[in-house]
Design a protein around this ligand. Structure first.
Ligand code: PAF
Length: 298
């Protein structure tokens, strides 16, 4: 496994390894969720590249860029054990040299949910992901369903800009109690860690109601709110029951919504502060079935 921190050295190392490439873009501090993406990429391609880059342009001024957890040595030992071919680990100066001035803006689907709570976040994500796609030149790229809106934004960008890459979305991995794996879980102290599966419980409650026929977006949102508000350590940023394609809220969209059963799907999602960390999670109903992720360590 080679670790490269410049674009030129990465491209030279890649050119020496012909075949189909899979890319797993990450911000490091890898957990089992990231490793499941790497394993899938290994299974589906001749070679795998993983990028580790804490991208400053996707953090707002009051967010956790400086405090974002990092452990490069541990990340590299995990990736080596999975026999990754190349790791791209650039500095911010390599990605954004002086006089850098080009950004990618995906319009409508970035207006809601994370985009509404974190202005500029998806401009940073789309920009860095487009750059990584151009630098790495992989045939496929792998992302986790946990960042549901990110997957929608990236697919939109790839389609709109005709980028020659296939996007593969992999299931959310969850701890035994349902907490979605995230690098930010490391910020949870013992009490907050106990409270954190409230997101999973809230999503499960809304899914159960949906499965019993509930289709009113207000009701689904109110069920999720009720579960979270019963947990004193949790504070809601947003809860959403939205059309999975447009991300407009079900039941309050400007035009009448098609039945979720006939439409492209329903995304139940939320962002909740549990102590300091802001956790996000979602369940997706698509093609008549739920994608709720996989419980591991149970
Ligand atoms: O999901 C992430 O870790 C980041 O948003 C990504 C896709 C690596 C871009 O910085």
């Amino acid at each position: 496994m080679q670790v490269l921190s410049t674009i030129e050295s990465f491209r030279a190392a890649k050119a020496a390894l012909p075949g189909r490439w899979g890319l797993v873009p990450t911000m490091g501090f890898l957990h089992a969720g990231h490793l499941s993406l790497v394993k899938r990429a290994k299974a589906e391609n001749d070679h795998v590249a993983v990028s580790i880059f804490v991208n400053p342009t996707q953090f707002g001024p009051n967010e956790d860029l400086a405090a974002y957890p990092r452990d490069l040595d541990h990340d590299l030992s995990l990736l080596k054990s999975l026999d990754v071919d190349l790791v791209f680990n650039p500095t911010p100066e390599v990605m954004y040299p002086p006089n850098y001035q080009t950004y990618v803006t995906v319009e409508d689907v970035t207006k809601y949910l994370e985009g509404a709570s974190r202005p500029g976040h998806f401009r940073g994500v789309a920009t860095v992901v487009a750059k990584l796609f151009n630098i790495v030149g992989a045939e496929r790229a792998y992302f986790g369903q946990k960042d549901a809106q990110q997957t929608i934004v990236i697919k939109r960008m790839v389609a709109d800009l005709n980028l020659p890459i296939q996007i593969v979305i992999c299931p959310t991995l969850r701890e035994a109690d349902g907490l979605a794996m995230s690098s930010r879980n490391t910020y949870l102290d013992a009490d907050h860690r106990k409270a954190a599966p409230v997101l999973y419980r809230a999503l499960t409650a809304a899914k159960n109601a949906f499965d019993q026929g509930e289709r009113d977006g207000d009701q689904l949102r109110s069920i999720m709110r009720g579960v979270i508000e019963a947990e004193p350590l949790a504070k809601i940023d947003y809860v959403s029951a939205a059309d999975a394609t447009t991300l407009q809220e079900l039941g309050i969209a400007p035009s009448p919504q098609p039945s979720p059963l006939k439409g492209e799907g329903v995304l139940l999602s939320m962002a909740v502060r549990v102590g300091k960390p802001r956790l996000i999670d979602n369940f997706l109903y698509q093609d008549g079935k739920w994608l709720t992720g996989e419980l591991v360590n149970s």
